[in-house]
Design a binder for this molecule. Structure first.
Ligand SMILES: *Cc1c(COP(=O)(O)O)cnc(C)c1O
Length: 418
């Protein structure tokens, strides 16, 4: 077998990895399959060699399992990865342990950088000069940055008009991508970008491109490396287009097949109540996906009603004995405030996962004697408007008072209770 191929997840038809192709002829999703026995002939030696490589960037460190076919000199990196794994067990004493993997501490402040290092490097290898994505804000920021870092590449970004944060918009514009607001929602942008890339030679970098999924496998793999390969009972992750949960599952599955880890965790995918197609599907035993018109949510990065990677996600959820849950706007904003108070700045999408872990704990699904890892997907600073609004208007116990006073000592002393 070749070192890497594309393979249809439905009909198993195989394609050359060098071909520019996003879907199978039958219309279904492709995934990348590597012959890991070629790139990792001796898993134990490989595992040992990783320990000496902590100084190298994450993508190169794990490349043998992530995407061995990428030539070394084509790599476009902004030094993504090596994100912290915070142990917050003392502050949230509901589990044996709870740790937060903060993917918001990547170069463009979201986990999307993990996929773009693979996707843009591959575009660079293929010689693509134009790359494009539809985005809820973070994909576009990451793609724009990595395209800017590449020697000869132009980024084009389609955004649902008025539905992304000012910080995210600023990222894509300032990194030099041609940024186009479309008068529709994310799902509408996604359809348009697929039509365009079928007709024109512009390389598609949404997570429906299976190469990006390969890069995102690094999140789970790096977490396990940080845990000295001790597998937690649960990984909890927010779900929008369902690429990231698919990547998490695929990476862990491959480690298990190599014998690098000896048990599988369970997966929990969390959505908001207003954009919960995967949750609804879980409740009906994954018999079908009913696309929704996703309702506005503070978790705007996951305001997606028709997840492109649905089939990959349910395959992983079944394999990992997974569950799916949905949380309310109040739950997610209250948990955001509580994690922020620990000095860990998280975004409303990430707090969907935290709130979901708590709800699953309350319902007895995630137990007190279990080890839990929650994936935080972006940094709070990308969504500062939600924090300002929450702390200004909120009357609940988690809100912090803000004050504006005239410039005299008396007023200041009064605010400080002196
Ligand atoms: C993209 C994104 C998600 C959702 O990831 P999917 O792969 O689309 O499920 C969650 N949180 C943030 C911050 C994101 O940018």
């Amino acid at each position: 077998m070749a070192l890497s191929i594309f393979k249809c997840i439905y009909c198993n038809k195989e394609y050359d990895i060098q071909e520019i192709r996003y879907r199978c002829e039958c219309g279904d999703l492709l995934e990348v399959i590597h012959d890991l026995s070629q790139s990792i002939p001796n898993p134990n030696d490989w595992k040992k060699s990783l320990d000496g490589q902590m100084a190298d960037i994450a993508f190169r460190r794990y490349q043998a399992v992530l995407f061995p076919s990428l030539p070394e000199d084509k790599l476009i990196t902004l030094f993504e990865g090596d994100t912290p794994l915070y142990d917050v067990t003392h502050s949230i004493p509901r589990f044996k342990s709870i740790k937060l993997k903060h993917e918001g501490l990547n170069p463009t402040l979201s986990f999307k950088d993990r996929g773009m290092v693979a996707g843009v490097s591959w575009a660079n290898h293929l010689g693509c000069e134009n790359v494009i994505c539809a985005s809820t804000g973070d994909t576009s920021a990451a793609m724009a940055a990595y395209a800017a870092a590449a020697p000869n590449m132009k980024g084009i970004v389609l955004l649902p008009k008025g539905k992304i944060s000012p910080e995210q918009l600023a990222q894509s514009i300032s990194f030099g991508a041609l940024t186009i607001g479309i008068e529709t929602d994310f799902d509408g942008c996604m359809n348009l970008v697929q039509e365009l890339t079928q007709k024109h030679k512009i390389y598609l970098l949404n997570s429906m491109n299976p190469v990006r999924i390969e890069g995102q496998k690094a999140i789970g793999i790096e977490t396990l490396h940080q845990l000295n390969w001790q597998v937690p009972d649960w990984f909890v992750i927010p779900v929008g287009n369902a690429g990231n949960i698919s990547a998490l599952g695929k990476g862990l599955r491959e480690l298990y097949e190599l014998g690098i880890i000896d048990k599988l965790p369970r997966l929990a995918g969390i959505q908001t109540e207003g954009a919960s197609p995967l949750f609804e599907s879980f409740k009906n035993g994954y018999t079908k996906l009913v696309p929704q018109k996703a309702k506005p949510t503070k978790a705007s990065a996951i305001q997606i009603g028709d997840p492109v990677s649905y089939k990959k996600a349910i395959r992983e959820l079944k394999h990992f004995d997974g569950v799916v849950e949905a949380v309310s706007e109040k739950e997610l904003m209250d948990w955001k405030a509580q994690i922020d108070r620990l000095g860990i700045s998280i975004c409303p999408n990430s707090s969907v996962a935290v709130a979901g872990a708590m709800k699953l704990n309350r319902d007895g699904v995630i137990k007190e004697n279990e080890d839990v890892v929650v994936i935080l997907t972006a940094h709070g600073s990308k969504f500062s408007n939600t924090s300002v609004e929450y702390h200004k208007n909120s009357v609940n116990q988690f809100a912090n008072q803000t004050h504006t006073i005239p410039p005299n000592l008396k007023n200041l002393e009064s605010v400080l209770n002196l």
